[in-house]
Design a protein around this ligand. Structure first.
Ligand SMILES: [Fe+2]
Length: 255
């Protein structure tokens, strides 16, 4: 693989990602909510920063933009839908655009719901997805600006990607998500196994990113809206797909 992803934990529970192309010696950073740990890591690696990319306008994903642009003269790529809410953008991107991230071809996927302008980035050759605050390990983002239906449609776009896709998401929420999963299906052996694995990882201060998309298709409750067994166990037969999603999202919001 010519692409290397450095995971930089930041703020309370954010993940910033530094994406480095070992062949072309190009480096991008995704969602720098805090510039300082990024600068530290770049110095440690002796990498120059070429590009900054944002998934959405929230401060914990964008607050480091200005300082990094100033220091490295890096190009800022952000969703066109957030044009009024992110400053200093050099390249506005929208759904289905193909751009280069650290010199590798990447698709822009419009995924509104968490915010109205949210986008994800999929690195085609590496099968890497940066999902921002749309898909989390065993969960999904809160629906702040879009409708439940929009968020569900965004997740449906994501699950069209290959099972072996490695997903890098915006927050370390996995333990709380695993607890929620187990509360929904306390008798599900696969969920219990995953829960134990997550508890162990977090006790050892290990990251729970990246994670495989295929596994999420099986275990993430927000992706089970058409899973007959899940619907039966949860007594959701009377509900539409969107009502199931809405029910789960509201339940998690109050968990
Ligand atoms: Fe966010």
């Amino acid at each position: 693989m010519m692409i290397e992803v450095e995971i930089v934990p930041a703020l309370n529970d954010n993940y910033i990602y530094i994406i480095h192309n070992k062949t072309k010696f190009l480096t991008s950073v995704l969602d720098p909510g805090d510039p300082d740990p990024v600068i530290k890591k770049l110095k440690e690696k002796n990498w120059q920063l070429n590009q900054i990319i944002n998934t959405h306008h929230h401060f914990d994903h964008t607050d480091g933009n200005d300082k990094l642009i100033e220091m490295y003269n890096a190009e800022l790529v952000a969703p066109v839908y957030d044009n009024q809410r992110i400053n200093g953008v050099h390249l506005n991107v929208s759904d289905k655009d193909v751009i280069e991230i650290a010199g590798t071809s990447s698709n822009v996927i419009f995924t509104p719901g968490h915010t109205s302008g949210h986008i994800c980035f999929y690195l085609n050759d590496e099968k890497i997805l940066f999902s921002g605050d749309t898909l989390f390990n065993l969960g999904c983002g809160r629906v702040f600006e879009g409708s439940m239906e929009q968020m569900q449609d965004s997740l449906k776009k994501i699950i069209n990607l290959p099972d072996e896709t490695e997903v890098y998401c915006g927050h370390e929420y996995t333990l709380s998500n695993a607890k929620f999963c187990l509360s929904l299906q306390p008798n599900n052996i696969e969920i219990k196994k995953k829960y134990d694995e997550i508890v162990k990882k977090r006790n050892n201060n290990q990251f729970t990113v990246p994670f495989k998309l295929g596994e999420q298709k099986l275990l993430n409750p927000f992706l089970q809206f058409d899973n007959k067994d899940f619907i039966k166990t949860m007594n959701l037969n009377e509900k539409t797909e969107t009502e199931i999603f809405e029910y789960l999202r509201n339940k998690k919001d109050n968990f």
